[in-house]
Design a binder for this molecule. Structure first.
Ligand code: AR6
Length: 171
């Protein structure tokens, strides 16, 4: 089941939350900053040990003080006009995050709208790529998760994703 909601991902009670990190994994602003602040210093320590994550890839740590068990750190692409493989890299960020969650056998996972903040992805394009990537993975692994939750920080992002969800997940 795919669920869209408005909220703060650090408050979600799911087994794994996905972080929109940067390649150096040293924290930052946006959702990355919020997740590190809520998780506490153990998250940064674990990230330091891993050291690097390629855009489109994903790595797993514990979740410190967060309600979740794991944080999956993925790195989305910086939007550069859409001609630098950005859509493919965003798709990979979602698929590799779901793979990591699947490997950890978690049943519930929450995503933010990766790359739609500091990395500048147009919301409608991000919504389409993100939801289609999730749908593709779930079609291949229909029993993998009980819930994939997409936690959007404000109404505008939520509306873009909702609009696209009707196209991507026709009932
Ligand atoms: N819960 C859910 N969504 C959030 C939250 C939150 N607590 N806070 C922000 N968002 P961004 P990016 C939304 O900039 O574009 C960082 O500095 C936000 O409204 O967090 O992938 C990293 O270190 C937006 O829709 O991530 C990287 O350097 C979405 O999360 C860089 O930013 C993503 O915005 C990554 O940029």
């Amino acid at each position: 089941m795919v669920v869209l909601k408005v909220g703060d991902i650090t408050k979600e009670t799911v087994a794994a939350i996905v972080n929109a990190a940067n390649s150096r994994l040293l924290g930052g602003g946006g959702v990355d900053g919020a997740i590190h602040a809520a998780a506490g210093p153990s998250l940064l320590e674990e990230c330091r040990k891993i050291g690097y994550c390629e855009p489109g890839d994903a790595v797993v740590t514990g979740a410190g003080n967060l309600p979740a068990k794991f944080v999956i750190h993925t790195v989305g692409p910086v939007w550069r006009g859409g001609t630098r493989n950005e859509q493919k890299v965003l798709e990979s960020a979602f698929i590799n995050s779901l793979k990591r969650a699947f490997e950890k056998a978690v049943k519930t996972v929450a995503f933010p709208a990766i790359s739609t903040g500091a990395y500048g992805f147009p919301l409608d394009v991000a919504a389409k790529v993100s939801l289609c990537a999730i749908r593709g993975f779930l079609m291949e692994h229909p029993d993998a998760f009980e819930e994939v939750r997409i936690v959007l920080f404000n109404q505008v992002v939520f509306e873009n994703f909702s609009k696209e969800a009707h196209r991507c997940f026709p009932i």
